[in-house]
Design a protein around this ligand. Structure first.
Ligand SMILES: O=C(O)CCC(=O)C(=O)O
Ligand SMILES: [Fe+2]
Length: 334
């Protein structure tokens, strides 16, 4: 059997009627022992083929960075609406800044998402960002609120810790796809990395089913690293059409595959539909960080993912074009 049919065969045997989301221990993520790395990559592959979601523990992001980012997020969201609207994501032109309640509609059948958000991208502590031509539609500077000392620093502290974790994942995904470990290196020299602080008010009283915290969707990039607080809201759709709770587990992050990886791997890796609905009665916070390839990379099917039984499913587009079209649809910028 060729390598290609091996992957596709694994995918064909996969079972996506999961009832639970697997937990993967990352204690060996920096190991240089090939056997140990192979074993970790195999666990990741099983999770990505069957579920498209997994928790990680021992994930390397310091608890202090999480605590500071969340505390800063809470300060930001409690600013007056007018102040936050000064940073409106619809006005910045590069999908960075503030999203008000119902300012975004992730599922086009819905009436708007019941969350507030604050989005930003690559920036060094020194303030150096990326030029527009290095980051596609998301290129150009971040916008930061005035009068919140330490906010930017706390955001960037978490951001860089999460970006470092994300960079450690690409070699593991390469191994999981039977590719050389360095396969993604030259395709992720300036990887897309967009972070959001999200605030979900509780939905109480009579609830319109078309208003959810974030409507059912798949993510746009290669994979997402999500921190969630202890309030249950995130749900993942299995192949039987059942919503499975991604129960908050202290000390873990949630990792999920997005559409770029699904397209690139011709659906060997699953980009699974999910949503967040906060009917807990209390406020909820989360921090997704969307991790992609360099924006000019063509998402041509990876070696081993296309066979006679699994012909190419997607039109080849660049990563940047793909994300741009999805963001424009979400924020209604046509
Ligand atoms: O807040 C969450 O748990 C999920 C957020 C999410 O799915 C997203 O921002 O794409
Ligand atoms: Fe998502």
């Amino acid at each position: 059997m060729s390598k290609g049919s091996h992957l596709v065969a694994a995918m064909t045997r996969s079972d996506s009627t999961f009832e639970e989301i697997p937990i993967i221990d990352l204690k060996d993520i920096s190991s240089t022992d090939p056997t140990v790395r192979r074993a970790l990559a195999d666990t990741i592959r099983d999770a990505c083929i069957n579920v498209g979601f997994f928790y990680v523990k021992n994930h390397t992001i310091p608890q202090s960075a999480i605590d500071d980012a969340i505390a800063s997020g809470k300060r930001f969201f409690s600013l007056p609406l007018e102040t936050k609207k000064g940073l409106d994501i619809h006005k910045t032109g590069n999908f960075k800044g503030y999203t008000a309640l119902l300012g975004e509609n992730t599922n086009s059948d819905n009436r708007g998402d019941l969350h507030e958000g604050f989005d930003f991208g690559w920036e060094e502590f020194s303030g150096k960002g990326r030029a527009a031509e290095e980051d596609g539609v998301m290129g150009g500077g971040n916008v930061w609120p005035e009068g919140l000392p330490g906010f930017r620093e706390a955001c960037l502290e978490y951001y860089h810790a999460a970006v470092n974790l994300g960079k450690m994942f690409f070699p593991l995904f390469a191994l999981a796809l039977d590719l050389p470990e360095n396969f993604f290196d030259d395709k992720t020299t300036k990887p897309a990395a967009i972070m959001r602080l999200l605030y979900y008010p509780p939905q109480t009283g009579t609830v319109d089913d078309r208003v959810e915290g974030i409507g059912a969707h798949t993510d746009y990039e290669c994979f997402t690293i999500l921190w969630q607080d202890s309030v249950q809201a995130l749900q993942v759709l299995n192949a039987a059409g059942k919503w499975i709770d991604a129960v908050p587990i202290p000390g873990t992050l949630v990792i999920n595959i997005g559409d770029q990886f699904a397209r690139w791997s011709n659906d060997v890796l699953k980009s699974t539909v999910h949503r967040a609905v906060n009917r807990s009665g209390v406020e909820r916070y989360s921090i997704p960080l969307f991790f992609g390839s360099d924006f000019n990379v063509k998402l041509e099917p990876l070696p081993g993912c296309v066979t006679e039984d699994n012909p190419a499913k997607y039109e080849v587009v660049t990563a940047g074009e793909y994300v741009k079209s999805r963001l424009e649809a979400t924020y209604n910028k046509h």
